[in-house]
Design a protein. Structure first.
Length: 312
């Protein structure tokens, strides 16, 4: 099954220009093949001329080839020479390696929030090198940070005070976090923008299980209506393919449980989950081919073998 790469991060943003009109701060959340790019850009100064530089930076970060951090930053530097220049942080969130690769030039503030097993939050600052992209490019330092689903990344321009992360709760809704930071920590001396993103690789797994559960419920419904061996065989094949995709036996048990509960009242004669379960188990005991058992048997002999291995 294709991974769902557009939902590796959930995010929210809050911003406010210093003067009414254009802000010189900008952000980007861009799904890439295998990663999601996050960026916050602050055009030097504020207002329209800063906005021109920030927009140009986002154009450059929209190029097709932004997979390599150093090459990307160099291209931004070249492309921003005719502008005031920007400070920026760019991060690539990569679920295949549970890592965030990031690079910062100038004073966009960044923090990576992680909730430990004991419920305490650790805050790791993402500090880059001084400089201005478009004018003075420092020696570029690419950093890779390990991340786990649930970790929150906050990027804020210097229109936000540096103590913004002191009392953040990464469990709050992201929009709430972004709004709270903007409301409580604006300096009032510059454009202000804060981007808050939560890494959620597990959405891919959840989405996949939800799709399998849906297939299972449909297969079971067809079988409860038709009651023949063909529809049961279909369910059997579904179970085998799910197990081949790496779905665990406990997950399969939960999927079946949900599928049974999803039957009411769509199948004729099924008033409740107990009816569905009773009718289903009587057929399974007759034909004895339901997917969990398939797991314990060789593909070529679905009618034989022991079920103990899968149930232990
Ligand atoms: Mn600024």
């Amino acid at each position: 099954m294709e991974p769902i790469t557009t939902q590796q991060v959930e995010w929210a943003v809050a911003s406010c220009p210093l003067d009414p009109g254009e802000s010189g701060d900008a952000f980007m959340v861009r799904p890439l093949p295998g990663a999601t790019l996050l960026s916050v850009v602050d055009g030097l100064g504020h207002g329209p001329a800063a906005a021109v530089a920030a927009r140009r930076a986002l154009d450059l970060l929209s190029a097709p080839d932004v997979g390599d951090p150093v090459a990307t930053l160099r291209r931004c530097h070249e492309g921003l020479k005719a502008t005031r220049g920007v400070v920026l942080t760019v991060a690539w969130v990569d679920p295949s390696s549970d890592a965030m690769t990031w690079l910062a030039v100038g004073n966009v503030q960044g923090v990576l929030l992680h909730v430990n097993g004991d419920g305490a939050t650790t805050r790791r600052p993402l500090v880059g090198s001084g400089g201005v992209v478009g004018h003075l490019l420092p020696r570029l330092r690419v950093t890779q940070s390990a991340i786990v689903p649930g970790d929150v990344i906050v990027l804020a321009t210097d229109g936000i005070r540096a103590d913004f992360a002191d009392h953040l709760d990464p469990g709050d809704s992201l929009q709430q976090v972004a709004d709270t930071i903007l409301a409580g920590h604006r300096t009032g001396a510059d454009d202000a923008l804060v981007l808050v993103a939560r890494y959620q690789r597990e959405i891919e797994v959840n989405h996949r299980l939800a799709a399998i559960e849906d297939r299972c419920a449909r297969a079971l419904r067809r079988h409860l209506v038709a009651g023949d061996e063909l529809t049961l065989h279909e369910a059997y094949e579904f179970g085998r393919s799910a197990l081949d995709e790496g779905v665990g036996v406990m997950d399969m048990a939960l999927i079946l449980w949900h599928a049974v509960h999803a039957q009411r009242p769509t199948s004729p004669g099924i008033r409740n989950a107990r009816d569905a379960s009773r009718r289903f188990s009587s057929r399974v005991s007759r034909l004895s081919r339901w997917p969990i058992e398939a797991h314990a048997r060789p593909a070529t002999s679905p009618g034989g073998g022991s079920t103990n291995a899968a149930r232990s």
